[in-house]
Design a protein around this ligand. Sequence first.
Ligand code: NAG
Ligand code: NAG
Length: 294
Amino acid sequence: MASLEATHRGGGGGVAAFILLLTTLSAAGIAAGNFNNEIGFNWGQDHGKILENGQLLTLSLDRASGSGFRSTNQYMYGKIDMKIKLVPGNSAGTVTTYYLSSLGSTHDEIDFEFLGNLSGDPYVLHTNVFTQGKGGREQQFYLWFDPTKDFHTYSILWNPQSIIFSVDGTPIRQFKNMEASGIPFPKDQPMWMYSSLWDAEDWATRGGLVKTDWSQAPFIASYRNYSAQACVYGSASSTSSCTQNPSANPWLSQSLDISGQQRIQWVQKNYMIYNYCTDAKRFPQGFPPECSLN
Ligand SMILES: *[C@@H]1O[C@H](CO)[C@@H](O)[C@H](O)[C@H]1NC(C)=O
Ligand SMILES: *[C@@H]1O[C@H](CO)[C@@H](O)[C@H](O)[C@H]1NC(C)=O
């Protein structure tokens, strides 16, 4: 599944990526959501639009193409928020992605993927964490609202202690830094923020059972309020002066408090529909080591 995802949504841009990597950028900062300044389309450019003076972005998908964009900056740790309104109606077969990723075969990646469904049937929120090129850490959830009616905020907190996925401020998943137990954690490779809308009818809807209904095209996902409280990756000294300054960047030391722990338990008890750490069939030789630690 992971490799299929990568080929469909990556959409090239590798060369531009390396050029950006060489650019020195200012270190700390809050990006306050003007898409004209913060992102560039890296795939299906003619199917992406920036409207309302940079306040609104839409991606559309039809038989010819989907579309995707990427942050201008690379980040080394950050709290990244985006408001998204997902494809309404019969969205079966469509996948909207929103993730952080570095490049290459040993890349790190933190994924939100929204798997569309038939009208009236719930979206599936699919999450994954790749460290040094290894993923396979899927957890899936239903949402407690209709994500196609309004914009909702999807957040990734990535700091040296943990990765926390949140929906409207409610944490749904945590991946702790377990390097002390030999499990790699993303901390050496800066990541871009990416998002895309693409057709995944071959796997997204119950293994390809339900096909995309192209008579409903174009499918449209909308975005607002991109915010990156983050260390922008630049020269070694500017990057480390940001990542080593938690008093100026409180999100760097943020963790789940008691109420956050209670809310994550509430979500996992009521809305989690798949957890690789309980899929005994998949791991007959025993669960991955982080399952007993996280
Ligand atoms: C989100 O962006 C809109 C403009 O698109 C702005 O009016 C609004 O205040 C922003 N909301 C938040 C919570 O930042
Ligand atoms: C779609 O809805 C069905 C029926 O409620 C559900 O079993 C399935 O998990 C949903 N999601 C996808 C991606 O098929």
